[in-house]
Structure formats: structure tokens, C-alpha cells
Design a protein around this ligand. Structure first.
Ligand SMILES: Cc1ncc(COP(=O)(O)O)c(C=O)c1O
Length: 507
């Protein structure tokens, strides 16, 4: 506690010796606060360094060092022989001290843009995506089998490179090596022929959706959106001012005929043709052609979100929408969040030739690219063949986990929850008996540390399906078994074991 020479209480400065913050930094922050909030007046003399040091139990050297810092910041002036004074400049330009109890500071929310204010109001609290594997999160791939040793070797090799190559700004459109590697990957595995110049590397698919929406949409323009559909893309497009048209999906994907009836005019359509998010169906070829046709007639773009299309179990995967896009309507978005891991925050968009110049300008003017090191590692991973091998291996692992989920469900969930087999990806859906609330079951499961999102969470408008979305890819088999048992207990507690089995689960 430090007192003014006259004895009145001048200021309270508490130094915490257990803190990780050096005492000199603590003192500097405290004095700076007092100066900026009016504890000291402009021109007022600070206590002598000797006095301050004695009262606070600090060395005088520490106090002098802090005074020097404040002099360098221009907040105080040192006058030889006279002491240290609060800078006179603060007379005119001192920021108004915050009045925390004033209604304007406490209650008035900052003014946001109309579009963002609407979006923020609509989405409620922010959500953190899962960080750790847990039954049955949908967002994560299998961490337990990722070839971390290979990754570490590539990383060390990269960092041994020439500094001049490593440390500057990268190409704003994305690493040329990665874009070339992706063009070959897309040709070999997704049936897409493109020039690497059409590919832009972004900070995850989520950034691509926002970028596409803010570049191509005017506020209020209509976007056909799968209902239920992908939450992240939905949020990004709404935040760009789009008016989303919820279009029902069935076993063949987005119902194009219904979309045309709901809104013949549209500027953009968002689809997940390879593995509908969240229902898991594959869009039929007929629907794909119908969608491309409708988009061409309306002069609309189509976003194809191919977030987990690499993981197709058996047989040949259906073609991507992009591979049959002859008129250049489709913007294909890919991500490494499922094929490698989400902490990379790395995705890409492949745009039609007519949009290349636009996105080149945007990347160069506003974004300046995403971290070069991450791009270089992923490029090397692809070029050295590790990526193809990893994806091949993961297909087997995801197929096994899918099998483990179905086997455990047959054992414990018959009559309670109808888990639907899927042909690809890392998640599927499971239907509840009609009378059972998906939200209540999801909440109860969460209390037992099991994630099972209600299908309604993905819905823009009410949907008929009543059930849960279950991720299996990121969940080790032991956790799958334990998670299924938890779901069985939760459902039996609600339905009663006998009644439940008699009622039978229905789609
Ligand atoms: C439908 C869908 N698209 C894309 C992604 C990937 O987004 P990002 O690349 O931003 O991690 C996810 C992640 O869970 C998803 O569910």
C-alpha cells in the first residue's frame, strides 16, 4: 500500500510475488492504470523511486526501470534533480476513465453491422467444436491412428530449409506445391480435372463458405440449402446476408423439384452430395444433373462441400458434382479436417475459370494466405504418397468402426434406436421411436458424457426425422461399445426395456 506524502491514501498497488508476471511488469501496469484513469493528475509528481521501493518492498533498481519504461512510453517525464512527473500531454488527451457503473458502459451493446447483428442474434451462444475424441462426436477423425512420427519427420525437414525460403509471406492464393499436389489428388481420386491455378488454399472449409458468400451474394439473395444441413456453412451464409431456402432432403439428396417450387429464383445452392450432412445419403446422379440444370437456368452458383468424400466404403465412389459440371457453375470445397486433422485449419476451394481472377484479387488484397508451414507439410505429405496411404488405411478403419457401431447397436439398441448403415464418411444417423424426444435423449446422453446430436440441431426448418447423429470415425472401438451401452441405458430409462422393444424403432 502506498500513501501520498500528506498521509491521504493515494493509491493501492498490490504486487503478487507468486504471479508468473515479473514484479516490474506488475508495477508498470499499476502505475500506467493510475496515470490513465486520473489517479495521478497531469503534471503531478510521482512518489520518489526510493519511497515507492521501500513501501512496496521492491528494489530501487526495479522502480527506476519501471519509471524508465513509462518515460519511454511518454506517460511521465523525468526532470533532473526534481523527480518524475506525469506528462503534461495527458491534460489534453487523457482517455476518459472508464465509468463501469455508468449505464452506457455496462448495458449498451456495441453497434454491429445489420447483417452480423441478425446473424449473432439468430445463433445465440458461440459453440466450441469438440477438441477431444468422445463417443459419438461427428466432427473429428481418428486421432489415435494418425502417423504422427511421419508428420514430425516432415516438419523437422521443413524447418531445416533455408530461412529465406521459409520466413516470408507465401503466395496469397496458396502454396503452388500444395495446389499442384491437390490438382493431382482430385484428378486421381475425385474425378476432377482442373488447373492448379483454380485452387485457392484457405483456413478450413468454413472460411471458404464465408469467402464465397461475401464475394458472390448480395444481402437478401436466395440460397437453396439442404434441410437438415451443415451448421457451419449455414451460419456463414446467413452472416453474409443470404436468405436461406430450406430444401428437404430424401434418400437421393436435395429435392430439386421441391426447391424449384419453393424458390425458382436463387443465386446459390449449397449441397453435400457425397455424404449428406447430417443424414448420410449420397445424392443420385439424376438429382445432380437436375441441380446443375436448375443452376444454369437461374445463373446460380453451386457449392459442393466434399468434406469427407474420400472415405467411401467399398465399390467405387459416385462422381463428384464438380466432375460432371460442364458449364462451370460448381465451386468445390474440400478440407483436411477429416482426411488429416482439424487443428490444421486448412481447406481449399476449386473455382470455375470465370471466378479465378476474382478470387486472386480477393486473396491478394484482403487475406494474404494461410500459414506457409502448414501448407508445406501437407504438400509434402501428399507428394511423398503418405496422404494416399493414410486415406486408404483410414477407409478400412472407418469401415471397421462403422461395423463396430452396428454390431454394438444390434446387441444393445434393438427396439430402442435404429442405427442406419452408411456407405461413406465418419458419421451416420439413428432413428428414435416417434414418441421419444431427440432433444431429451441427447441431453441425457450428454450428462453421461456421450455426444448424440439431435437431427433437429441441423435443421433450418422443422424436419420429420426424429433421431440422433452419431459420429463413429473419431471414436476408438472400446468407446463405441461403452457409448452404445450408455445410449441403451438412457433409452431404457425413458421407455422401459419391455415397452421399448415392443414399440420397435421406426424410421
Ligand atoms: C459439412 C462440413 N463441411 C466442412 C467441414 C470442415 O470444416 P473446416 O474445414 O472448417 O474444419 C465440416 C466439419 O465438421 C463439416 O461438417
Amino acid at each position: 500500500m502506498v500513501k501520498r506524502a500528506g498521509g491521504s491514501l493515494l493509491l493501492s498497488i498490490k504486487i503478487d510475488r507468486g504471479s508468473h508476471q515479473p514484479v516490474s511488469t506488475q508495477l508498470c501496469i499499476a502505475l500506467r492504470d493510475l496515470i490513465l484513469t486520473g489517479g495521478f493528475r497531469a503534471g503531478e509528481r510521482l512518489p520518489a523511486s526510493r519511497t515507492l521501493a521501500r513501501d512496496l518492498g521492491l528494489s530501487r533498481t526495479t522502480v527506476i526501470e519501471v519509471f524508465d519504461r513509462l518515460v519511454a512510453e511518454g506517460l511521465v517525464e523525468s526532470r533532473t534533480g526534481a523527480g518524475t512527473f506525469v506528462s503534461a500531454v495527458l491534460n489534453a488527451s487523457r482517455p476518459r476513465p472508464p465509468q463501469l457503473d455508468a449505464p452506457s458502459m455496462v448495458r449498451t451493446a456495441p453497434r454491429l453491422s445489420t447483417m452480423m447483428a441478425q446473424a449473432v442474434g439468430r445463433f445465440g451462444d458461440r459453440q466450441r467444436l469438440p477438441h477431444m475424441p468422445r463417443a459419438f462426436t461427428t466432427a473429428l477423425p481418428a486421432f489415435d491412428v494418425f502417423p504422427m512420427a511421419q508428420w514430425a519427420r516432415l516438419s523437422a525437414k521443413y524447418l531445416r530449409g533455408a530461412r529465406d525460403e521459409l520466413m516470408g509471406y507465401g503466395d496469397p492464393d496458396g502454396s503452388p506445391q500444395l495446389r499442384r499436389a491437390l490438382a493431382s489428388h482430385l484428378r486421381a481420386n475425385r474425378g476432377i480435372t482442373c488447373d492448379p491455378g483454380q485452387i485457392f488454399i484457405v483456413g478450413g472449409a468454413q472460411q471458404a463458405f464465408h469467402l464465397i458468400g461475401s464475394t458472390l451474394l448480395n444481402p437478401g439473395e436466395k440460397v437453396w440449402f439442404e434441410n437438415p444441413g451443415a451448421i457451419g456453412a449455414r451460419n456463414s451464409l446467413i452472416a453474409c446476408g443470404a436468405e436461406l431456402v430450406p430444401v428437404p432432403v430424401d434418400a437421393e439428396g436435395l429435392q430439386v423439384g421441391e426447391a424449384l417450387r419453393l424458390s425458382p429464383e436463387f443465386r446459390l445452392a449449397f449441397v453435400t452430395p457425397s455424404h449428406q450432412q447430417p443424414m448420410g445419403c449420397v445424392m443420385s446422379l439424376e438429382r445432380r444433373f437436375a441441380l446443375l440444370h436448375a443452376a444454369e437456368r437461374a445463373g446460380a452458383w453451386v457449392i459442393e462441400d466434399d468434406y469427407d468424400g474420400e472415405f467411401f466404403f467399398g465399390g467405387r465412389p459416385p462422381p463428384t458434382l464438380k466432375s460432371v459440371d460442364t458449364t462451370g457453375q460448381v465451386i468445390y470445397v474440400g478440407t483436411f479436417s477429416k482426411s488429416l486433422f482439424p487443428a490444421l485449419r486448412l481447406g481449399y476451394m476449386l473455382v470455375p475459370p470465370t471466378l479465378v481472377d476474382t478470387f486472386r484479387t480477393i486473396m491478394g488484397k484482403f487475406l494474404q494466405g494461410v500459414p506457409s508451414q502448414t501448407q508445406a507439410l501437407v504438400a509434402a505429405f501428399l507428394d511423398d504418397g503418405h496422404f494416399a496411404a493414410h486415406v486408404r488405411r483410414m477407409r478400412h478403419i472407418y469401415l471397421e468402426r462403422h461395423g463396430a457401431l452396428l454390431a454394438a447397436s444390434r446387441k444393445h439398441l434393438t427396439g430402442l434406436l435404429d442405427v442406419v448403415p452408411t456407405h461413406s464418411g465418419l458419421h451416420t444417423v439413428a432413428y428414435l421411436p416417434p414418441a421419444v424426444s431427440e432433444v431429451a435423449i441427447s441431453r441425457e446422453a450428454d450428462r453421461h458424457h456421450v455426444t448424440a446430436s439431435p437431427i433437429g440441431r441441423f435443421a433450418l426448418a422443422p424436419v420429420a426425422a426424429n433421431g440422433l447423429v452419431l459420429g463413429f470415425g473419431g471414436v476408438p472401438p472400446k468407446l463405441i461399445d461403452a457409448g452404445v451401452e450408455v445410449l441403451a441405458q438412457v433409452l431404457e430409462a425413458r421407455l422401459g426395456p419391455v415397452a421399448a422393444r415392443r414399440a420397435g424403432a421406426r424410421r
